[in-house]
Design a protein around this ligand. Structure first.
Ligand SMILES: Nc1ncnc2c1ncn2[C@@H]1O[C@H](COP(=O)(O)OP(=O)(O)O)[C@@H](O)[C@H]1O
Ligand SMILES: Cc1ncc(C[n+]2csc(CCOP(=O)(O)OP(=O)(O)O)c2C)c(N)n1
Ligand SMILES: [Mg+2]
Ligand SMILES: [Mg+2]
Ligand SMILES: [Mg+2]
Length: 332
């Protein structure tokens, strides 16, 4: 079996043997991918946490993106959902919907990306499915993790007056995508590359998520957009949220882009693909944030508070509200 030409004709089981079995070799629960399913024992005193996010060419990534980056992003967006629940990752199931003309080389590079991130996050492949599609390249991954029993972080646990905190910097990935699609030009190379990198390779905040267990109220990861995802906490907690625009943490590259075009405030707040965590905690617990940032290895910033009522509002320093056309990404 060589890497040249389309993967069709390779044989489904030869493909599984070559591409996927090595990725499952160190995961006993995968049974070497020889059976109909994996068998996983939960650790004593812990509960399993399961999540699935799919990605489709042209919807979640660009067809021209590097295969290894697509694989790693697929894994990482799912690990981000585990992080949001406070879970540590165990392993994953993968379904690949390969278009007929996809080259075997492409698939091998995709697997290399998975191998890199398996090592990075200490997880292995547990199983999956390999099918052909007449449509665009589509991928689906189920990540499995665990948390101390009863400790999973929820979206519905915020209370009125809680501080709203976000990790890292917001808006970079949305600006990176605009740069990749030619809608944001003229950036210095270093800033352009940084923003594009934030789109291609999110960093799931697993250490932070685990550190939040038992310490904070509500949590979520930011995939659809800051406003939309804070909105999910607000809705599930039956509250509203008030954010201060000037507190939203921006990278130097995002600040530079914004300085040239203030309309970029919209993609920064609602563009999504951030994969940072947002969480709430009582104002009296603000003293915990320094230690949580240390444990998480990422800066934390208070950007607003949970209020009575509903909806998410963003205010400027002068108290006026920033009008936003959309709240975030919606598939339908
Ligand atoms: N097709 C589906 N079948 C079952 N559950 C789904 C489906 N789509 C979404 N969900 C569930 O709806 C909730 C919200 O999904 P989603 O917005 O995708 O979460 P996230 O943004 O964290 O990935 C999750 O609990 C998810 O498991
Ligand atoms: C080519 C391309 N266009 C647009 C986007 C923006 N985008 C697509 S889906 C999405 C939201 C996240 O995806 P979703 O499937 O909703 O993940 P979930 O919220 O379930 O984690 C965003 C921000 C993108 N990532 N790539
Ligand atoms: Mg999802
Ligand atoms: Mg999520
Ligand atoms: Mg998700």
């Amino acid at each position: 079996m060589t890497g040249e030409g389309p993967a069709t004709g390779t044989g489904e089981f030869a493909l599984i043997d070559k591409v996927f079995k090595p990725l499952a070799a160190e995961t006993p629960a995968a049974l070497g991918l020889t059976d109909d399913a994996a068998v996983l024992a939960p650790a004593p005193g812990r509960e399993l946490v399961l999540t699935k996010d799919a990605m489709v060419a042209g919807v979640h990534f660009l067809e021209t993106d590097a295969p290894g980056d697509i694989a790693r992003k697929l894994l990482r967006v799912n690990l981000s959902d585990l992080a949001a629940m406070g879970a540590r990752p165990i392993g994953y199931l993968l379904a690949t919907f390969w278009p007929e003309k996809l080259a075997l080389d492409w698939i091998m590079e995709f697997a290399d990306g998975l191998r890199l991130d398996q090592a990075e996050f200490g997880i292995g492949l547990l199983g999956g499915d390999t099918v052909r599609t007449p449509g665009p390249l589509s991928l689906s991954l189920t990540a499995i993790g665990d948390v101390p029993a009863g400790g999973a972080l929820r979206r519905n646990a915020a209370r009125e007056g809680d501080l709203i905190v976000v990790s890292g910097r917001i808006g970079d990935a949305a600006l990176g995508l605009l740069s990749l699609t030619g809608e944001l030009a003229g950036l210095p190379d270093a800033e352009r590359d940084y923003l594009r990198g934030r789109y291609h390779l999110p960093v799931p905040r697993l250490a932070l998520g685990a550190a939040l267990v038992g310490k904070v109220r509500a949590a979520i990861d930011i995939s659809d957009g800051l406003i939309a995802d804070i909105g999910h906490i607000a809705e599930e907690s039956k509250l509203g949220a008030l954010l201060d625009w000037e507190k939203v943490p921006l990278s130097a590259a995002a600040r530079a882009a914004l300085a040239r075009d203030t309309a970029l405030i919209e993609p920064i707040l609602t563009g999504g693909d951030d994969y940072e965590l947002a969480f709430t905690l009582p104002p009296g617990d603000a003293g915990l944030l320094e230690a949580l940032a240390g444990a998480g290895g990422v800066p934390l910033t208070v950007i607003g508070e949970m209020t009575a009522g509903d909806g998410v509002r963003v205010r400027r320093p002068d108290g006026t509200e920033i009008p936003l056309k959309a709240r975030g990404w919606q598939h339908f």
